[in-house]
Design a protein around this ligand. Structure first.
Ligand code: PEP
Ligand code: MN
Length: 364
C-alpha cells in the first residue's frame, strides 16, 4: 500500500480539535434557505457549513441539486457568516467549478467512491489544489474500495484528508437507512491511523430519532467528528427531510452527548472488544431479518385468509425443518440447535399469521 501523508486542514483560524463538527442542509435549495440555515448554524458556534449543490439521487425525478447556480450562495455564506463552506463533487467539472468559487472543503460521495474511474477523474482535477478533501465510504461494505479512493486522492498530492463514515446499503430492511457496520471504520483506523474519521449520523440513521445514538457511538469509538444535516425548516426540505434537524435541535443534541476522556477512550481496544462489536453487528442484522421474515408471515396470513387455506400446513412445515437442518449440518452447525431455532421461528410465524387473520375478520 502506498504511504498516505495526512496533514491538518489548513483553514485559517480553524482548530482541528475533536469533535470536528460540520453542519448544514442536505441540499442548497434557494439562496434564502441557504443563508438562513447558515446564520443559524454559525450562531451555534459551528465553523464548517455543508450544502449539497450536485445531488446524486437514486431515482431520476428526485431533486438533483441546483448546480452551479448555488455556488455564489455559498460564497455569500462565507462572506456574511465567516463559515467555511463544503460541498460534494462527483466529476472533474464539479471540482473546477468548486475551486473557481472558492469552496473551502470538498467531499467525494458514497456512490462516487464506489467508482474508481470517477474518483481518478476527480483526483486528476485536484492535482495542484490545496484544500481538505473528505472521502465517504462506498455504498457497499468494501474497505479496499474506500482506501483505494483515499489513495487516488492522496496520489494527486492532497494531504488534507479525512474519511467520512456514512454507513452501508443492505437489502434487508433495517432501522438504519445505511447500516453502520462500525467494524469497517474501525478497521480503517487500524490500517490508516493517520486519517481523521468523521461520522455522518444523518445518512446512517435516515431519521431524526436515531441521530443522538449514532453520534454517541461515534464519540465512544473515539472518531474525530460529525457531519450532520441541518436545515432551517427540516420538514420542508427538498431532500432527506426525515433526517434533517433544525440547528437549535442540533445544538441540544450535541450538548447531550458524552465526550469521554480521550485518555480513557484511547486505551487500546482489545480483540475481545472487536469480537463483541462483531457479535452486536450480527445480532442487529438477525433482528432485522427476523422482522422481515415476520412481515412476510403476515402477508402469507392474509393470502391464506383470502383463499380459505388453513394456517398450519404440515407438509410444508416438515419440509422447511428438514431443509434447514440439512443446510445447517452442511455448514457445520449443530442440527439440534438449528431445529430449536426454526421451531421457535415457526411458532411465532403461526402466531403472527393467526393474529392477522383474526384481526381482519374471516371473510369465509
Ligand atoms: C450527502 O452527504 O448529502 C450525500 C448524498 O451523502 P452520501 O454520498 O453519503 O449518500
Ligand atoms: Mn443528504
Amino acid at each position: 500500500m502506498t504511504n498516505i501523508e495526512v496533514n491538518p486542514w489548513n483553514l485559517p483560524g480553524f482548530d482541528m480539535k475533536k469533535p470536528i463538527i460540520i453542519a448544514g442542509p442536505c441540499s442548497a435549495e434557494t439562496e434564502t434557505q441557504t443563508l438562513a440555515t447558515a446564520k443559524l448554524v454559525a450562531a451555534q458556534g459551528i465553523k464548517i457549513f455543508r450544502a449539497g449543490i450536485w445531488k446524486p439521487r437514486t431515482r431520476p425525478g428526485a431533486f438533483e441539486g441546483v448546480g452551479t447556480a448555488g455556488l455564489p450562495w455559498l460564497q455569500k455564506v462565507k462572506k456574511e457568516t465567516g463559515l467555511f463552506v463544503g460541498t460534494e463533487v462527483a466529476s472533474a467539472q464539479h471540482v473546477f467549478e468548486a475551486l473557481k468559487y472558492g469552496i473551502d472543503i470538498i467531499w467525494v460521495g458514497a456512490r462516487t467512491t464506489a467508482n474508481p474511474f470517477a474518483v481518478q477523474e476527480i483526483a486528476d482535477a485536484l492535482r495542484g489544489a490545496d484544500l481538505p478533501v473528505l472521502v465517504k465510504n462506498p455504498v457497499n461494505p468494501d474497505i479496499d474500495l474506500w482506501i483505494g479512493a483515499i489513495e487516488r486522492i492522496s496520489q494527486a498530492g492532497i494531504t488534507q484528508l479525512a474519511a467520512i463514515h456514512r454507513g452501508f446499503s443492505t437489502y434487508a430492511k433495517s432501522d438504519y437507512r445505511n447500516h453502520p457496520q462500525w467494524l469497517i471504520p474501525m478497521e480503517l483506523r487500524r490500517r490508516l491511523p493517520q486519517i481523521p474519521i468523521i461520522t455522518d449520523p444523518s445518512h446512517i440513521s435516515g431519521k431524526r430519532s436515531l441521530l443522538a445514538e449514532v453520534s454517541q457511538q461515534a464519540m465512544d469509538l473515539n472518531f474525530d467528528g460529525l457531519i450532520i444535516e441541518s436545515h432551517c425548516n427540516p420538514d420542508e426540505a427538498w431532500s432527506d427531510a426525515k433526517q434533517q434537524i433544525h440547528p437549535d435541535q442540533l445544538q441540544s443534541m450535541l450538548r447531550s452527548l458524552t465526550y469521554r476522556n480521550p485518555n480513557i477512550v484511547n486505551v487500546p481496544r482489545t480483540e475481545l472488544d472487536d469480537l463483541r462489536l462483531r457479535i452486536d453487528d450480527i445480532d442487529n442484522q438477525l433482528i432485522d431479518l427476523l422482522r422481515d421474515r415476520m412481515q412476510i408471515s403476515k402477508q402469507i396470513g392474509l393470502y391464506k385468509q383470502a383463499n380459505n387455506i388453513t394456517i398450519l400446513q404440515t407438509r410444508r412445515y416438515n419440509e422447511v425443518i428438514r431443509d434447514r437442518n440439512e443446510k445447517a449440518g452442511r455448514k457445520g452447525l449443530n442440527e439440534a440447535f438449528v431445529s430449536r431455532v426454526f421451531e421457535s421461528i415457526h411458532e411465532e410465524s403461526v402466531l403472527q399469521q393467526s393474529l392477522v387473520m383474526n384481526s381482519k375478520g374471516n371473510t369465509h
